[in-house]
Design a protein around this ligand. Sequence first.
Ligand code: PGA
Ligand code: ZN
Length: 421
Amino acid sequence: MFTIDQLAAWQILDSRGRPTVAARATLHGGGVGITQVPSGASTGEHEAVERRDGDPSRYGGLGVTAACRAVEIDIAKAVAGRTFADLAELDRAIVELDGTPNKARLGANALLAVSQAVACALADQAGQPLHQYLSAQIGVPARLPVPHFNMINGGAHAANRLNFQEFMVAPTGTPSMAEAIRCGAEIYAALRGLVVDRFKSAGVGDEGGFAPDIATPEQALDLLVDAIQRAGYQPRADVELALDPAANGFLSGDAYHPGDGTLDTSELIDRYEQLISAYPIRSIEDGLAESDRRGWRMLTAAVGEWVQVVGDDLLVTDPERIRAAARDQLANAALIKPNQIGTVTETLAALAAAREAGWGAMISHRSGETSDTFIADLAVAAGVGQLKTGAPARGERVAKYNRLLEIEATSGNGLPYGLAY
Ligand code: PGA
Ligand code: ZN
């Protein structure tokens, strides 16, 4: 049981230099939690709505002062003097207060700021690290996740010709978080050398991966395999690859444009099968556009037995959508981003829906991030064994990886590292 004494919210900048919401919750018992919410660029159509001011004379319309006022006035008034049994009851109350199906009235950025700040305050009040508090809510064995490091950026996250959005390396064969981080950083350094050498530029995209002037997925994957070997690791045995083509971004009409020509759904699936047989790929996220449900079903039937087929824009961390997609066999894993759904409790419900479907799950950052590390603790508590939070470089990305190192070094109870299955 808890009561909220004070809610404060203010506008800060995210890693792209755009405004986002920070908030602090102070509980009656003295617990304090501070959080900062992230913001996506390649968003699914059904994501909860990020409320923006729309005043073109300030931050090009992207200000979030109204969302901050929603925290300090609307939500603060509604929760004042109320006793809540737990975080779930608070989250239900703020979702009801918003009253819209997509959180457009108060803003998902306002709701998530309150929900995460209160979760942090409850952990603080209990004298627990956040992952322990969340673990008690989730009730599955905690585990240190395999970091999926973003190495090459394209699509909406970079200005190059590459249309696939993310190329990641996942140290699935390393024995610990510390060794996984070392592996990622060493591959990143080797890749930097290759990219500078061949493209005379070390420019990066929004998530810190390099953005060389290439156009095809094969060029990106060849660079990664080369970098893995130069860093002294063995592709597949030590390090596997993961893709997030984010196919919404290169569909026009019925045609996909992966960077070199035009493909229909079955031709794109054939292309994925070729990539899977040529490279050590373990996971493909948003391989098809969210509207192409037939394609999702075909891809899962074709490769789902040995490759993880992850829904991001397709599922938007929505428990109902995950259940429906599982019924229709559209994927076999869910990407989990708290700000797609708007509260911690609903995020945990999405994790539960994935678990009940026998699916995998991967916790994820957004392309617009802050130094907040909530998702690192969430990834440990969720026990899903997978996290993607960008390159092993740039402050807002390494903040999460460094938090995982801190948890590994200080949890003292031998948390296992690695995939959950
Ligand atoms: P976003 O991209 O944060 O820009 O939406 C991340 C992703 O598609 O996984
Ligand atoms: Zn994605």
